[in-house]
Design a binder for this molecule. Structure first.
Ligand code: NDP
Length: 337
């Protein structure tokens, strides 16, 4: 297979993808298969949130389910097979445009010039900010049941939250822990019905309704979680060895403030074709303002963003005299927001 080359020179990429979760990896598969010179940057290891998921049951093609780690590895393999330059452990801190109109992606290893950018930075778990949370990280406080669950064999843990993550990861924890308290601020779960049914049928779960976490205590390791009933104001101390927080997610977009339009929660705003407010810059996946945070959605958005980036580059090529990506390219593509 021949090496894809950028039409504007070896040092300028056709597309730089920021983030190697399902959205970014799919964009990598499509752009590199389209013979674009593409790099995919990831501040951690490829995979994003799914790499931390025990079992993915609702991604088509895997009737038995597949481990999130295996799925993400397969996606990465597929992108690399078509030639994407995978750059893991390389964080991005800034996106700007140079005087020639090229996008410049600033990373902790240097700067990369590119004609288009696909933003797929994903989300990270929200922190509660309660006393003890920061102090006991790695000593009983965790956001990853898949990573840390096995440490709690025969022990007692609390899971905070009532969404899909809390219920599914709590379910996973029951494989190890003798008891899992699920602490939720309402008396009704937000998680999908099938997940709820399984959790209600699991004797290792104890639901602590209408309650919020107030404080995590312990000496060396976590020993207790104090919760408060929001209806009665009553306090309760749960004797736990671990606390797993699943109270929602925050988009990894603070570095994009002032560069592309974000919504009030920090999610990247695009049109239906994944185009951001900045010409030549597209966005996809969980960090995009969309109504469904699912792998299937991220994969579809990644494909669409890649095809749009390709079309944008085609428009640049077919417009005589157009040299710049971000400046004149917008006019060349004609339609970016
Ligand atoms: P969600 O935002 O869906 O749920 C967060 C939960 O935390 C809610 O129950 C919320 O309560 C509670 N919460 C929020 N803030 C606080 C707080 N300060 N104190 C206490 N509790 C709080 O996040 P998830 O991480 O569960 O899921 C994110 C997205 O990913 C969702 O769209 C979900 O459907 C998807 N997902 C899908 C999976 C699948 O399909 N298999 C697996 C995992 C995630 P309240 O309900 O009262 O708002």
């Amino acid at each position: 297979m021949s090496e894809p080359t950028s039409s504007t020179g070896a040092d300028v990429y056709d597309v730089v993808i920021v983030g190697a979760g399902p959205a970014g990896l799919t964009a990598g598969i499509y752009t590199s298969r389209g013979r674009l010179k593409a790099a995919c940057l990831e501040r951690n290891m490829a995979g994003g949130q799914i790499a931390l998921t025990d079992l993915v049951e609702n991604y088509p093609g895997f009737p038995e389910g597949i481990s999130g780690f295996d799925l993400s590895q397969k996606m990465k393999e597929q992108a690399e097979k078509f030639g994407v330059e995978m750059r893991e452990i390389e964080g991005v801190s800034e996106l700007r445009t140079d005087p020639e109109g090229c996008h410049v992606v600033v990373t902790d290893r240097g700067e990369i010039r590119t004609r288009t950018v696909i933003l797929a930075p994903g989300v990270e778990p929200r922190r509660s900010g309660i006393p003890g949370e920061a102090e006991f990280i790695g000593r009983g406080v965790s956001w990853c049941a898949t990573c840390d669950g096995a440490l709690y064999r025969g022990r007692t843990v609390a899971v905070i939250g009532g969404g899909d993550s809390a219920v599914e990861e709590g379910m996973f924890l029951t494989k190890f822990a003798d008891k899992v308290y699920l602490v939720h601020r309402r008396d009704e779960l937000r998680a999908a019905e099938i997940a709820q049914e399984r959790a209600f049928a699991n004797p290792r779960f104890e639901f602590v309704w209408d309650s919020i976490p107030k404080r995590i205590d312990g000496a060396e390791m976590v020993e207790a979680l104090e919760v408060e009933n929001v209806k009665t104001g009553e306090g309760r101390t749960l004797p736990v060895n671990g606390v797993f927080m699943y109270i929602g997610q925050l988009p990894n977009t603070t570095w994009l403030k002032g560069t592309v339009e974000l919504d009030e929660y920090g999610y990247i705003v695009t049109d239906g074709l994944m185009r951001t407010s900045l010409p030549g810059v597209f966005a996809c996946g969980d960090a995009r303002a969309n109504p469904l945070k699912q792998i299937a959605m991220a994969v579809g958005e990644g494909a669409l963003a890649a095809v749009q980036a390709e079309r944008y580059l085609d428009a640049l090529e077919s417009s005589p005299g157009m040299k710049s990506a971000a400046g004149d390219g917008a006019a060349a593509a004609g339609t970016q927001r």
